[in-house]
Design a protein around this ligand. Structure first.
Ligand code: TXA
Ligand code: MG
Length: 352
C-alpha cells in the first residue's frame, strides 16, 4: 500500500487536504492524524471492517480496544448507555482535552471497536486537525496511538512514518504534539470512578472535580500485575519498549546520579554501548556514549513532551542499554513515571 503524506498547518488549515483524509475514513481506510497528546491512527468507529484493519496495521492484539474520538459532547449520548452525573462534570471541565472516559456502551458501537467489552472509551481531542477530520468524516473516529504495538507512542509524523509507512492509507503531518503523553483514562462505569491510565490530564486536577477518584494499582505499579487485577486491556500488553534494555533508577537525585554513574561504568567495562536519559540538572555529570536530557526536573510538562521522542532517539543510536532517571510523580510526572516503568519492563533500581 502506498501511504499518502498530507502536510498541514494547524494555524492555517487547508480544508481540501483534510477532505482527502476524510474521504479515506469514509470508505473504510486508515488515516494517522495529530492530536494534542500523541498521533492517533484513525478509522470509522462504526465500521467493524475498518476497525479490524486498524488492529492489523498496528499489529495490535485484538483484545485491546481503541479510544473513540468525537467532535462534540452531544455525540457521546448515542455511543453510551448513560452519562453519569460525574462524567458530565468531567466532560464540562476537561473536554476538549487529554481525558478519556469509559462508559457503558450503546448498541450502535460495533463489538470490534470495543474488543467485545460492554464499555467504550470516548474523548474529544483538543487539536484543530483532529477536530476538522472528525467533522468532515461525519463519524466518530476510533484511534489508538499511531505506533506499531509495543513501540513508544508517536509525537511527530516522522515517528508514524517509521512505524506505519506502507501499512496505512495516509498520514496527516501537523507538526509535533504538544502534551507528548497519551490521554488520562478514567473509568466512570463504576463508582467511585477509577483512573486506569495516567496521562495529560493530571490526577490532582481530576480528583479536585470528582472528590472521590481511585488510582488503579497499575498506575504506580513497580512490578507486573497479576492477570486478575487488570481492568483495562492495555495493562497486560508490552509497552513503550525500545530495542535496548531499559533500566530505571528512582530516588533521591544525588543517589540516582551516583548509581547511574556506577551502572554506566560497569556496562562500559563489558564493552556495551550505553545511553542515558538524564535531566537538565544532571546531564553534564554523566560519561556515556549517548546522554540526552528529558528537560528540567522542575518542568514535568517539558519532560512529558520529550519522553517518547527521546526514547526513540536513544534507541536509534543502537545502544545496548538505556539507563533513565526517575522524576517526581506529581502532575504530569505520574504519567511519565508510569511510561518509564513500563518501558523498563519493571527493571527498576531504587536508591536513597
Ligand atoms: O491520547 C490518547 O489517548 C491517544 C490519542 C490518539 O487520542 N490514544 C491512545 O490510544 O493512546 P491507545 O489505544 O493507544 O490507548 C487506549 C487505552 C488502552 O490502554 C486501552 O486498553 C484503554 O485505553 N481502553 C480502551 N477501551 C477501554 C475500555 N472499554 N475499558 C478499559 N480500558 C479501555
Ligand atoms: Mg497506545
Amino acid at each position: 500500500m502506498k501511504t499518502l503524506l498530507l502536510k498541514v498547518n494547524e494555524e492555517n488549515l487547508d480544508p481540501a487536504k483534510i477532505q482527502i483524509a476524510a474521504e479515506i475514513i469514509q470508505r473504510g481506510g486508515l488515516v494517522a492524524f495529530p492530536t494534542e497528546t500523541v498521533y492517533g491512527l484513525g478509522a470509522d468507529a462504526l465500521n467493524p471492517k475498518a476497525v479490524l484493519a486498524l488492529f492489523e496495521a498496528k499489529r495490535r492484539p485484538l483484545d485491546n480496544p481503541p479510544i473513540v474520538h468525537i467532535g462534540d459532547p452531544e455525540e457521546v449520548y448515542r455511543l453510551v448507555e448513560e452519562v453519569p452525573a460525574k462524567a458530565a462534570l468531567l466532560m464540562d471541565k476537561f473536554w476538549p482535552g487529554p481525558l478519556t472516559l469509559i462508559f457503558k456502551r450503546s448498541n450502535i458501537v460495533p463489538k470490534a471497536t470495543v474488543a467485545g467489552l460492554d464499555t467504550v472509551a470516548v474523548r474529544i481531542p483538543k487539536h484543530k486537525v483532529a477536530l476538522e477530520l472528525i467533522k468532515q468524516s461525519r463519524c466518530p473516529i476510533a484511534a489508538p496511538s499511531a505506533n506499531l504495538a509495543g513501540k513508544p507512542s508517536p509525537t511527530t509524523a516522522q515517528h508514524v512514518y517509521e512505524d506505519l509507512n506502507g501499512r496505512v492509507d495516509a498520514i496527516i503531518d501537523g507538526g509535533s504534539t504538544n502534551i507528548g503523553v497519551e490521554s488520562t483514562v478514567v473509568d466512570l462505569s463504576i463508582d467511585p470512578p477509577m483512573l486506569l491510565r495516567p496521562g495529560g490530564a493530571p490526577f490532582e486536577a481530576l480528583k479536585k472535580v470528582l472528590g472521590d477518584l481511585v488510582l488503579h494499582p497499575f498506575v504506580q505499579a513497580e512490578q507486573e500485575l497479576l492477570l486478575q487485577e487488570i481492568r483495562s486491556p492495555g495493562m497486560k500488553h508490552k509497552h513503550y519498549a525500545p530495542k535496548a534494555d531499559v533500566i530505571l533508577v528512582e530516588g533521591d537525585v544525588q543517589a540516582v546520579i551516583a548509581e547511574i554513574g556506577k551502572l554506566a561504568e560497569s556496562y562500559r567495562l563489558k564493552d556495551e554501548k550505553v545511553g542515558i536519559l538524564a535531566t537538565d540538572e544532571t546531564q553534564v555529570v554523566y560519561k556515556a556514549d549517548v546522554v540526552k536530557s528529558l528537560g528540567s526536573r522542575s518542568n514535568l510538562r517539558a519532560v512529558a513532551q520529550s519522553l517518547f521522542r527521546l526514547l526513540r532517539e536513544v534507541d536509534a543510536e543502537n545502544v545496548d542499554v538505556i539507563i533513565a532517571e526517575g522524576v517526581s510523580s506529581e502532575g504530569l510526572g505520574l504519567a511519565v513515571m508510569n511510561r518509564l516503568r513500563k518501558a523498563s519492563g519493571y527493571n527498576i533500581i531504587k536508591v536513597m
